[in-house]
Design a protein around this ligand. Structure first.
Ligand code: CU
Length: 177
């Protein structure tokens, strides 16, 4: 019985390791519509809870940009004062600080046609402190670019699969011990 208890403890530890990183959510802005004119991003954010450690993925043709701006520039659709800007077509923005973050397209007229996104980020950390100690700099957000568009479901589909594999391995260990 002693060895099966050890196996059970190992199982629980590994399950924790598998599930904890998946609590940080990757949101694909606009889902299949992506980052484009004519999309209502205020209804896209409705019902979603954004937390520090989550990230946003913007997918768009390179005729658009992703600019983080101040609340006043967001409200007035003022381009040219952006805090960060990117136009690679696939922009990942890590939400590192609580508060509301504002994004618009920097192409004149596009913000007025709907390309404006306000995301209210809650401080309730997705227990990101327990995984990799990512010595976070106190900057607002960092903009990194990824070549391949990241699917919003990717962070959720991998971990449960790993959990199933790990569970079977642990059960196997318990049976043979
Ligand atoms: Cu645009």
């Amino acid at each position: 019985m002693g060895s099966s208890n050890v196996a059970m403890v190992c199982l629980l530890l590994v399950l924790c390791m598998v599930f904890v990183p998946s609590l940080a959510t990757v949101y694909t802005v606009g889902d299949t519509s992506g980052w484009a004119t004519g999309v209502d991003y205020s209804s896209w954010t409705k019902g979603k809870t954004f937390k520090v450690g989550d990230s946003l993925v913007f997918n768009y043709p390179t005729s658009h940009t992703v600019d983080e701006v101040s609340s006043s520039d967001y409200n007035t659709c003022t381009v040219g004062n952006s805090i960060t800007t990117d136009n690679t077509g696939a922009t990942t923005v890590a939400l590192k600080t609580a508060g509301t973050h504002y994004f618009i397209c920097g192409v004149f007229g596009h913000c007025g046609n709907g390309m404006k996104l306000a995301v209210k980020v809650e401080s309730g950390s997705p227990s990101s402190s327990t995984d990799k100690p990512t010595t976070t700099t106190p900057s607002t957000t960092t903009t990194s670019t990824t070549k391949a568009p990241v699917d919003s479901s990717s962070s959720w589909s991998v971990s449960p699969f790993m959990a199933v594999v790990v569970t079977w391995v642990a059960l196997f260990v318990m049976v043979i011990s």
